[in-house]
Every structure is written in C-alpha cells, then in structure tokens.
Design a protein around this ligand. Structure first.
Ligand code: UDP
Length: 332
C-alpha cells in the first residue's frame, strides 16, 4: 500500500491512530493546523507532519504530488457541540468547506479511499436505543449536522466518482494510550472524563452536572464511552476492509454500554480513591438524553469490537495520563 494521509493526525484520536499505523508498518503523513493538535503527540520522529489547513489547495497539491497517497483518514474537524450552537459558521467552514477542498484534490490525484470520523451526533435525539446504523439521522446541533452533510457529500462521491468511504460514527471517545504516552489534551476542555479528573486533581474547582431531569435511570445524560485505542483499531480495520473488498462501510463505534454522568462520577471516585467536587446545573443545549450504540455491524463487517468495555479501565488510563503530565513525566 502507498502512504496514508491523516488529517488532524496530531489530535486526540488522530495521534493514537497514527501511532497504530506506524506499529503496523504503514506510512502515515500527517496534516494538522496544530490549532488543537500537538506536535509531540506524533511519537514516531520519522512521521512527516505538514502544518497547514485543508482549505489550502496548493499545499494539498504538493502533498499529493510528492507522496503516493493511497487513502485518507480524515479526523480534522471542530468537535465541540456547545460551541457549534453559538458559532455554526465556524463549524460549516471547517468541517465541510475544507474537506470539500480535500476531496477535490483527491479526485485530481486519483485517490478514492476516505475513512471518515463521523459521529453518533448525526442521529440527533434517539428514537430508540441502542442505536444501529439504520436509525434516522436528524442532527440537533451544527456539529452533528456538519458531519452528516459530509456523509451525504461522500455518498455522492461514491456514486459519481467511484469513491469508497468508511463512515465511522463514534460514540464518546475517551481514555488514553495504556502506556500513558499520549492522551486527551484539549484546550479548552469540554469533555466529561478529563473535566472530572481535573476537578479531582484541583485543576478546576468542581464539575457541573448538566441537567438532572433527563428521562434516564438517575436523571443525568447517558453516553457510550469508547476507548481511543479501540477507535484507532477500527480505522485500521476499515482501511483493510475497503482495500480488500473495494466496498464502502458504515459502522457505529461504541461499546454498547450506556453510562450516566452520575455513574461516571462514582466510578471516577472508585478508580482514583478521591472525591469529585460537584455542582448541579442546567441542561446543556444540544444534548440528547441518551446515546449508546448497537455495535453489531462493526463486528459482523469489520470483525471489530471494543476491547475496553468497563469504563473503569478507560478512567484508569485517562488518570495515568493526567497524573503523568502533572508530574512532568511525559513533557519534553
Ligand atoms: N457533561 C456534564 N458536565 C460537564 C461536561 C459534560 O454533565 O462539565 C455531560 C454532558 O451533558 C454529556 C456527557 O457529560 O451528557 C458527555 O459530554 P461530553 O462533552 O464529554 O461529550 P458529548 O456527549 O457532548 O460528545
């Protein structure tokens, strides 16, 4: 196989996938703006990092001219639900307009394999759970809408230009690499597990539970937390599938287990042995009450399933990563 262009490869899920591609003897080329990504998250010093934006046609042209790119794994996107509600234009520009430019350069160079970081947010408010891939897609926030729109565009690219795609609809990406070398490092942080661990560590005064009146077992939102390394292995499986079968594929990536915000807090206390300072707040706009996957299709088509099904393991890895950073162990 030729090289694999990984957009957003210095980000959270991207860097774990790049590491795994290198481990499998494949050759990723990373393009990342480094707005949210981290140069040091690309562990292999041989991996080429191009710092730039997908809207830059000349830059993309030079990458495809110079390298024999066989497939694109596309992570680069803005990914905060709350921000997308207040700044939709930013999301549509970055999550649709920039990848459209990438698709056009791919066409020009005859590269037709596109592995896409999609999301369960494309489903919107669930009509049933667990959610399978046939669940209607009615996104309720611009983030989910931007991902859904790119899915629709890719379907047209398949029909008209013979592209093959994988839509990997992630549930809640979480955890860190088990050896603690790379992990979740967003700024600002909006995700539940790192916020809980920050509050435990004293890096923030408390965590606010967004809404306690949802129609769930304890009134707090239920999500399906999937380990970042499990997400990374799914990308490799999808790439292999497209290359061997020459078919597109759509898969939910989750564990199938729903965990509420309150349950998560209790498990974080159990894993760390420390109390989480808590406050109760209003619902966050754009949050569906529950989202958890039926991951059967990923198993039957890709032979993939989550290896970390107990969220305590996810918290354990996230905690090891966080306390490692805190002590300066992994900072260069
Ligand atoms: N959440 C919360 N307090 C926070 C951050 C998140 O109660 O400070 C809740 C949020 O409402 C959602 C769940 O935790 O139900 C997971 O949120 P996160 O932002 O991690 O992921 P999302 O589901 O939005 O992709």
């Amino acid at each position: 196989m030729g090289k694999i262009l990984v957009t957003g490869g210095a980000g959270y899920i991207g860097s774990h996938t790049v590491r795994m591609l290198v481990d499998k003897g494949l050759e990723p080329i990373v393009i990342d703006t480094l707005e949210y990504g981290h140069r040091e998250a690309i562990l292999n010093p041989e991996t080429e990092l191009v710092v730039g934006n997908l809207g830059d046609t000349d830059l993309l042209g030079r990458i495809f001219e110079y390298h024999d790119i066989d497939a694109v794994i596309h992570f680069a996107a803005y990914a905060s639900v709350g921000e997308s509600m207040s700044e939709p234009e930013k999301y549509y520009q970055n999550n649709i307009s920039a990848p459209l430019n990438l698709l056009s350069v791919m066409r020009k160079y005859g590269c037709k394999t596109f592995i896409f970081s999609s999301t369960c947010a494309t489903y919107g408010n669930p009509q049933y759970a667990p959610l399978d891939e046939l669940h209607p897609q009615n996104p309720i926030n611009p983030y989910g809408m931007s991902k859904y729109m790119l899915e629709l565009i890719l379907k047209d690219y398949e029909r008209a230009y013979d592209f093959k795609y994988a839509f990997l609809r992630y549930f809640n990406a979480s955890g860190a690499s088990p050896d603690g070398l790379i992990g979740e490092d967003h700024n600002p942080e909006t995700h539940l597990i790192p916020l809980i661990l920050d509050a435990i560590q004293g890096d923030r005064s408390h965590i606010t539970i967004f809404g306690t009146d949802y129609p769930t077992q304890d009134g707090t939102c239920v999500r399906d937390y999937i380990h970042v390394n499990d997400l990374a292995t799914a990308h490799l499986a999808a790439l292999d599938y497209i290359k061997t079968k020459n078919e597109s594929v759509v898969c939910n990536l989750g564990t199938g287990v729903g965990v509420s915000v309150k349950e998560m807090i209790a498990m974080a206390e159990e894993v760390t042995g420390k109390k989480v300072p808590l406050q109760y707040g209003e619902r966050r706009p754009g949050d569906p009450p529950f989202l958890f996957a039926n991951p059967a299709q990923a198993k039957s088509i890709l032979g993939w399933e989550a290896s970390y099904k107990d969220v305590r393991e996810i918290i354990k890895h996230a905690w090891a990563w966080k306390t490692g950073i805190k002590s300066g162990k992994f900072l260069q």
